[in-house]
Design a protein around this ligand. Structure first.
Ligand SMILES: Nc1ncnc2c1ncn2[C@@H]1O[C@H](COP(=O)(O)OP(=O)(O)O)[C@@H](O)[C@H]1O
Ligand SMILES: [Mg+2]
Length: 227
């Protein structure tokens, strides 16, 4: 399958491997000769050193990677902005920036905050709503865990996307163990027959790879993707 030019990377939860998947997709697309930009509408947790774009740059750079707004506390954007005493940019500001990046790059990867329905602005705007604004140019990649509970979480996220008429590019497992157990193997098989493309699985330990090794291996994690 081919990916849309704007790829919205969401997850079934926080900490499922969205940033790793974004970095791996960026590296894989660049290996195929594409110009890639990465955008994080709302980065939280700056006071603890969280910077998803720095992580993407470390693993897949050099490339253009930027955040729309950086907030100090490691919590959802709306309360984090309240604590910082700043206003979040409205969704349309993010959409304009993404479209501007798309005009100068082959692909733009957009990493959400937490899951699909986390609010990114003060009007209830979510990554799902950003997808609606961007329309047919954009598609969603859903990053899921391989462990017990993932089938329900993944189905809920896919149902929310379908209900809104949003395009699903496929599902990625963010952390596939070197020696998967019965549960992980059954989950992978089930996620592969949900009616949406199964794009691949990142090897567990990907985050600990040296950047050169990460870049070299990234394409092999997305075997179903023609870039
Ligand atoms: N494939 C992987 N191998 C090793 N560690 C991983 C892998 N994917 C994610 N991690 C680690 O798990 C944590 C959460 O991953 P991250 O990509 O930051 O998730 P998210 O962006 O969804 O919050 C990070 O500490 C990251 O380094
Ligand atoms: Mg992240």
């Amino acid at each position: 399958m081919t990916l849309p030019r704007i790829i919205l990377v969401t997850g079934t939860d926080t900490g499922v491997g969205k940033t790793m998947t974004t970095a791996a997709l960026a590296a894989a697309l660049q290996q195929h000769g594409h110009a890639v930009a990465v955008y994080k509408p709302c980065q939280t947790g700056n006071n603890g050193g969280d910077s998803d774009m720095s992580e993407v740059l470390r693993l897949a750079g050099p490339l253009r990677a930027e955040a729309g707004i950086v907030l100090e506390e490691p919590m959802a954007p709306v309360p984090a902005a309240e604590i910082d005493g700043v206003a979040l940019p409205p969704l349309l500001v993010h959409a304009e920036r993404i479209l501007s990046l798309a005009s100068g790059h082959d692909y733009v990867l957009v990493e959400g905050a937490g899951g699909l329905l986390v609010e990114l602005d003060h009007d209830g705007g979510t990554l799902a709503a950003l997808g609606s604004v961007l329309g047919s140019r954009a598609g969603f990649v859903v990053v899921a865990r391989p462990s017990l509970g993932t089938l329900n979480h993944t189905a809920l996220t896919l149902e929310a996307l379908e209900r809104r008429g949003l395009h699903v590019s496929g599902v990625v497992l963010g952390q596939w163990p070197a020696t998967p157990g019965l549960v992980e193997r059954a989950n992978r098989a089930a996620l592969g027959s949900l009616g949406v493309p199964f794009l691949g699985a990142l090897a567990d330990g990907a985050a600990a790879l040296e950047p050169d090794a990460f870049r070299e291996r990234a394409a092999s994690w997305f075997e179903g993707v023609a870039a």
